[in-house]
Structures are given as C-alpha cells and as structure tokens.
Design a protein around this ligand. Structure first.
Ligand code: OXD
Length: 316
C-alpha cells in the first residue's frame, strides 16, 4: 500500500495524520515510531523530524516541508541525498504572514505599544506627531512569495516599500536591491526593517549590531523598528538588546528566537520596546497544507513535475 511518512517532531502529529488520511484515501499514513514497510514509503512530510527519520527509505520520491521554511530538514545529517525537498507555497500561510507583517507595521506607525504604556499608567497623552504610512519606508529582506505578498499589501496601506533579495530580481512596483551593496542601501533607507528570509549559511546572524548601525533615525516612529518573522538564527539577540538600549533601534517585534521556546529568563520578555510572539506569525494549518501536499503527490504520481522544489545548494 502506498505510504506517506509523517516526520513531525514539534507538533501533535494526529491532526496531520487525520487530514492526510482524508485527502489521500487508500494511503497508509504512518509516524516514525510505528511498524511499517519502509519500501512502501513513497513520500514524506516533515516538521522538525527526529534525526534520521527519512534514512533507509529506498523508494522515497520526495519530502515535503509542512512549513514555509526548510532549514529544519537540512539540519538532519541523515537526510537522503538526491531526494527532492519541497516547500509550502500556499495562500493560507502567505495570507497569515502578510496579516502579521502589515499589522505590526501599522502598529509601529500608530505607536500602539507606546499608547498601551500610557493607558496602563492612566495617562492622557497625545503624541500629536502622526505620520502617514506614505511617510514611512518599509524594507523587506527576502522577496520570495511571502515577501512579495507582504509588499503588495503594505503598498495598499500606503507604505513606501523596498525589497532585498540575494540575487537580482524585479518585482513590479517595488524598489529592489540585491547583494551586499544592495543590503546596505536597503537598510539605510528602512524605517521598518522586516526579515522574511530563510536561514542559510549566508544569512545566519545577519541581524547584528553592524546592520542596525546602518538604519536611519526614523524619528517619526520613535526610531527604526525591526520585525523578524524569518528565523531566530538570523538575529543576534544581545545586539538587539544593546541597540534598543542605545536607541539605535526604536523597537523590535520578534516572532522567532535563537532558542525556542524563548527561555523564561530572556530579557527580551520584559523589554518595554520588544514584542514577543511564539513563532506563530503564520501557522501551518493542517487542512490547507495537507491539501497542498496531496495535490502535489497526486500530480507527481501522474508524471507531472513537483513544484516549489528547494535548491539544496542554497537551502531554499
Ligand atoms: C514556517 C514556520 O517555516 O512557521 O512555516 O516557521
């Protein structure tokens, strides 16, 4: 019987199994600790799988990440070589991510966290300065599907939007930068900097003191704002805290952390200018993602090529 192996290490696998069983009738859906015929496994789907989950599967045709990121897969030293890894590109996940990014850009624009503080102290303070979105420059690091969707929605709200990608890329209506020089130019012109890029050897630790020192003053919103919805490995948390304390950064909105869950003793929890969310800017919803994976499996079994295949050399 055709078998799908679900290598899920970080979430409850049962809702995923139930969804996959519903969208792949006639398939066996198994979890790593169970007894099954390893030669029957044609496809695998994964989120933070235990190391070696996908080794010794001689007929494995593809591994699907259950999230947009694939770094969790490439960490596995026993990941089979030559088996395509496919990432999620689905409107459900993309929409959730753009909601988060647009919401936090608007919150920074309208100084929502500052007014929260005034309210808690019962202070009727009106800062009076009220820039419009069109006064504020948002720089997006990473212009894949998620970055492009966020860019379009931020533009609808009136923000000035620019983007950066590793390689040259044209995105209609967005001022695009690329490469090392392009990164400096983008950062220097970003009142709000949004990290949406994958974690790779090239991007690890990129959000550091050096990069923050290039940000503009962004006085209209009380200092430049960093939003990281990519990966915790992109950021140096000591540098973020130092930059917040010197005013190099005005605020940070962090959905991802070097260590997750964020340790209870991290100073980020209580910093007045930090917003912490538990890596849920865009959750993978079992119904939407299982339907996406099942459609790819069905098409692939009919001889059609897989789409959204990751280039292992670049890690995305
Ligand atoms: C993802 C994530 O990669 O949630 O989708 O981090």
């Amino acid at each position: 019987m055709n078998t799908l192996l679900l290598g899920i290490g970080a979430w409850d696998p049962e809702p995923w199994r139930a969804r996959f069983q519903a969208v792949l009738p006639g398939w066996q859906v198994v979890l790593p600790g169970e007894i099954f015929d390893r030669r029957a496994v044609r496809y695998a789907a994964a989120w933070k799988q235990p190391e070696g989950t996908f080794a010794d599967l001689p007929l494995l045709d593809a591994i699907f990440s259950l999230g947009a990121g694939v770094d969790h897969l490439f960490k596995d030293k026993r990941l089979p070589e030559g088996v395509p890894v496919v990432r999620v590109v689905d409107p459900d996940l993309t929409t959730r991510m753009s909601e988060y990014v647009v919401m936090h850009c608007l919150m920074a624009l309208r100084r929502v966290r500052v007014y929260d503080g005034f309210q808690r102290e019962r202070k009727w303070i009106d800062l009076r300065d009220q820039p419009q979105a069109s006064d504020i420059r948002v720089g997006l690091l990473g212009m894949g599907v998620l970055g492009q969707d966020a860019a379009a929605k931020l533009k609808t709200m009136g923000f000035q939007v620019a983007g950066w990608s590793r390689r040259p890329k044209a995105v209609e209506g967005v001022a695009m930068h690329h490469g090392a020089d392009g990164l400096d130019a983008l950062v220097a012109a970003s009142d709000i900097l949004v990290a949406m890029m994958p974690l790779t050897a090239d991007t690890a630790g990129i959000l550091d003191a050096m990069l923050f020192s290039r940000l503009p003053k962004a006085e209209a919103i009380g200092g430049p704002v960093l939003i990281n919805v990519g990966r915790g490995g992109l950021q140096n948390e000591t540098d973020i805290l130092a930059a917040l304390d010197t005013g190099t950064l005005g605020a940070a909105v962090l959905d991802v952390f070097q260590t997750e869950p964020l340790p209870e003793d991290s100073p980020l929890w209580s910093h007045p200018h930090v917003t912490v969310t538990p890596h849920n800017s865009a959750i993978s919803s079992p119904p939407a993602i299982a339907a996406y994976v099942a459609a790819q499996i069905t098409a692939h079994m009919e001889g059609k090529p897989l789409v959204n295949v990751v280039d292992p050399a670049h890690g995305y």
